[in-house]
Design a protein around this ligand. Sequence first.
Ligand code: SAM
Length: 249
Amino acid sequence: MSEKVVSDYNGYDYKKEFWDNADREYEDQADRMAIRKLLPKRMEKFADIGGGYGRLANEYLKRARKVIIFDYSKTELEQAKEIYGDRIETRAGDIYKLPFKDEELDGLMMIRVTHHLKHLDKAFKELYRVLKPGGVAVIEVANKRTLPKMARFITGRSKVNPWSKEVANYKEISKDGFYNYHPKYAEEIINSTGFNTEKVLSVSNFRSKGLKKLFGTKNLVKMEDGAQKFLAPIRFAPSIYYKLRKPEE
Ligand SMILES: C[S@@+](CC[C@H](N)C(=O)[O-])C[C@H]1O[C@@H](n2cnc3c(N)ncnc32)[C@H](O)[C@@H]1O
């Protein structure tokens, strides 16, 4: 039997359920802020890998001449087409076998997808393959070494050791399970794939219901802006963003 490696968003209204009807304005703003700091200003051909319905498309449409939203879910891609029409091309498939030619792209991003990937190394190899030498990849990695996860481990509420480099698989969160990675584990893969790391940001630093209540979204977004660079060296945030470049030959 072949292994099931795709987290299936077909038939799920990710836009409505996860974003529009949920209190995630802070998380959305934190993602956008990081992308603006990391994506090149001008690109020829760009793909949003696991781009879903194109939540973040307004951050790259102005920067790239040709935009492709790639995803496994046809539901997501149909929604993206409805929203952005001819401004985007959609392409369906699996990240582990990207339907792109070698060196087809000069830019790509992959945000909020690594938590669905059991095989981070295979995915990074594919991203590297489809980028031109000199091309840029902006990638978000779901971090297992966060402060709340440390607290849960220390108090015995979780068995997942946030300090171990082993991949964390939280089976209880959904039927497919979710994966989180230790930054060192992710960075070893990044380096061995051949990417050069140009910048790292710590993102969604204040992702907490309590902090949202205490400070309000507007203030948290302001705090987040400064924190993304300042806190990057300690890698404690739930999302670590990497600006990677494929070396010129
Ligand atoms: C949490 S959503 C993120 C969407 C978008 N990047 C964003 O930040 O709003 C994860 C997306 O990854 C896609 N995905 C997960 N595993 C995939 C795979 N192996 N190949 C292609 N797409 C995949 C899902 O279909 C879904 O649209």
